[in-house]
Design a protein around this ligand. Structure first.
Ligand code: FEO
Length: 169
């Protein structure tokens, strides 16, 4: 497969694992505040990011590419208010979307149609990830200031269950 595309996908494994680590840190923040539902939501988010990393890892191996694993950076975001992780999560997803778009464009330029098809799933997934983050910010804006409503929102988020990615390799 195209070497530039393979290199970018290899780097993306690290970005996805960092995303998992960042979301685990957000879960960690909410757990320390006693908001177990928010923590659950971000724990599942962290698992999804690990899935993203594994999908790319497997895709590269399936296409006979060597994978190099690099150090995962320390989560470096500071959270003060209950909204901080939510706004940081949206900004992070927008950043990840830009990374996926860059790989997509490189695959198109290289006429690597298989990689383009593989990345189609990630393009769609990023749309969902941004929408989910944005919805949480909206809800927090409406309900976060009222303890009863926050309690209910926390209960709703406690109901999120993990499901394996729809993309199978
Ligand atoms: Fe793997 Fe949230 O992007």
């Amino acid at each position: 497969m195209d070497k530039k595309v393979a290199g970018l996908l290899n780097e993306q494994i690290n970005k996805e694992l960092y995303s998992a680590y960042l979301y685990l840190d957000m879960a960690n923040f909410y757990a320390s505040k006693g908001l177990d539902g928010f923590a659950n939501w971000f724990e599942i988010q962290a698992r999804e990011e690990q899935d993203h990393a594994m999908l790319i890892y497997k895709y590269l191996h399936n296409n006979s590419q060597d994978v190099t694993l690099a150090a995962i950076a320390k989560p470096d975001k500071e959270f003060k208010t209950l909204s901080d992780p939510l706004t940081a999560a949206l900004a992070h997803e927008q950043y990840v979307t830009s990374l996926i778009n860059t790989i997509y464009e490189a695959a198109q330029e290289a006429k690597d149609h298989r990689a383009v098809q593989f990345l189609d799933w990630f393009i769609k997934e990023q749309g969902e990830e941004e929408m989910n983050s944005s919805n949480l910010i909206t809800k927090m804006g409406m309900f976060g200031g009222d303890p009863k409503a926050l309690y209910m929102m926390n209960s709703e988020l406690a109901g999120r269950v993990y499901s394996a990615p729809s993309l199978k390799l």
